[in-house]
Design a protein around this ligand. Structure first.
Ligand code: PLP
Length: 411
């Protein structure tokens, strides 16, 4: 069975039974959406595969059973996706008042939120105090003063800068994290302000990050625990290992690195709660984007197509997230013999986004079959840092792109 409303809660057995969709099932689902709802307007849309989310959560729980995920909402705040993650037991990392509001509006309690932005506007801190979000990160003395003034009940995690995140597609180190020589003054500042520093957080960098970076970061976190103990501060109980996880074989490598570093450095901390802030891991592969070809030009062998989403919309990930996107014609997606697939011949193709900016070019020199205006072009793995950061430049409004939920049971 595919399509329809999502299974509602983890207690509901269905939630655990759904499986990732096959390419055939996904193709059928997209065709049914187009035929039933989008025949005339042909607007782009996403499909969220709930079975993929279940599978990813199973992979997380199997590989890192003692590490509680706090999904990073910024990566993709789609409400049905957040609800599914919540039903599967995830907690949430929020970066702003608005993200806290999204999560609370889904009926999720504030103690399942970490306000993981080391530099928050004062108004957001006041809001966190009001709604009872009582765990946040910091990496500057000025943050201590703001929190002391507006939310003295909040517990703190000292965000440190890991040494080795240079390989990540999006390094975080240039912007966030205390340097080793800043750790002591920052602990003392919080202590003097009578704030509780409950633990340490870091982020090794996002996208293709080097799993070995977890080793250095976890070792550095342990040194902060020891420094705090030497100062006679109350015992730290939380280690937040941040995000940076990618699904697939890289996840296995990362989980092995994390477990090995934890057993080396934190085996003597039985009271420790370990949390993480995965974004990309849960979002990337769960969403598939379907776009329509709205224009075509032939220049010799080269085929040029315009589609109705682009670099100012969902594919902003090419610029901001340094991502590479891939595309398949909807008719060519399945393994069932591609009768409507434009034949077996392919052409070097350029795919442009809809805006009038030449920068808005999604794919270049990309092999595609002969396609026509109104055909659909499908982009897999489009869940991470896509729609969330899109704009409405030229009036093409990313936030109007609708997500359809799909799930499949094992056949
Ligand atoms: N936590 C924080 C504080 C972040 O800034 C980010 C990404 O920017 C994440 C978690 C999620 O990172 P990822 O998607 O690499 O797991």
């Amino acid at each position: 069975t595919i399509g329809g409303a999502p299974p509602s809660t983890a207690e509901n057995d269905h939630t655990r039974k759904v499986v990732p969709m096959s390419k055939d099932a996904l193709q059928d689902f997209m065709v049914s959406i187009i035929t039933q709802k989008l025949q005339d307007e042909k607007l782009p849309f996403y499909v969220l595969d709930l079975g993929e989310v279940v599978s990813l959560m199973d992979q997380w729980n199997n590989a890192l059973p003692n590490i509680r995920p706090f999904y990073a909402v910024k990566c993709n705040p789609e409400p049905s996706f957040l609800s599914m993650l919540s039903a599967l037991g995830s907690n949430f990392d929020c970066a702003s008042r608005a993200e806290i509001e999204y999560v609370l509006s889904l009926g999720i309690s504030p103690d399942r939120i970490v306000f993981a932005n080391p530099c928050k506007p004062e108004s957001d801190i006041i809001f966190a105090a009001k709604v009872g979000v009582n765990l946040t990160t910091y990496d500057s003395e000025y943050e201590v003063y703001k929190i002391r003034k507006h939310h003295p009940k909040s517990e703190l995690l000292l965000r440190i800068k890991p040494m080795d995140d240079a390989n990540a597609r999006c390094p975080m180190g240039p912007k966030y994290g205390a340097l080793p020589e800043e750790v002591q003054p920052l602990l003392r500042a919080a202590h003097a302000a009578r704030l509780t520093v409950s633990g340490v957080s870091f982020h090794i960098g996002s996208g293709d990050a080097d799993s070995n970076a977890y080793l250095g970061a976890i070792a550095a976190a342990k040194e902060v625990f020891q420094t705090a103990a030497r100062f006679g501060m109350s015992k730290m109980t939380i280690l937040d290992i941040g995000g940076g996880f990618t699904s697939g074989h890289q996840f296995t490598t990362a989980a092995t690195a994390v477990k090995s570093a934890l057993s080396q450095h934190f085996h003597d901390e039985p009271e420790l709660t370990i949390i993480a802030e995965p974004g990309r891991f849960f979002a990337e592969t769960a969403f598939t984007l379907a776009t329509t070809i709205i224009g075509k030009r032939v220049r010799g062998e080269i085929r040029e197509y315009w589609i109705n989403d682009g670099l100012y919309g969902s594919m902003n990930c090419v610029l901001y997230d340094h991502a590479t996107v891939t595309a398949t014609a909807l008719a060519c997606m399945s393994n069932r013999g591609n009768v409507n697939c434009g034949g077996s011949k392919t052409f070097p193709s350029t795919v442009f986004g809809p805006t009038c900016d030449a920068l808005d070019t999604v794919l270049r020199d990309y092999q595609l079959p002969e396609l026509q205006v109104n055909d659909w072009l499908v982009f897999p793995n489009m869940g991470a840092y896509t729609k969330a950061a899109g704009s409405n430049f030229n009036g093409f409004n990313t936030s109007a792109i609708v997500t359809h939920l799909a799930y499949a049971y094992p056949s």
